[in-house]
Design a protein around this ligand. Sequence first.
Ligand SMILES: [Zn+2]
Length: 66
Amino acid sequence: MKSKGSTKENRMKCPRCDGAMVFERFQATMEVFYAWRCVNCGEIMDPVVAKNRELDRAQKKKAVGE
Ligand SMILES: [Zn+2]
């Protein structure tokens, strides 16, 4: 599974099953929000959580590099 030059594509992979994720609108009790949903296993990933996770990983990577 090699993806050539697809790094710029705005695609999300499921952290659980590596499946394709779609950006969907969800309706909570009082609010509407958008999140990533895995079409394979149904995992829901909040974009805010995903961003924090990315940040966390980047910081750790940097710390290890130094
Ligand atoms: Zn999944």
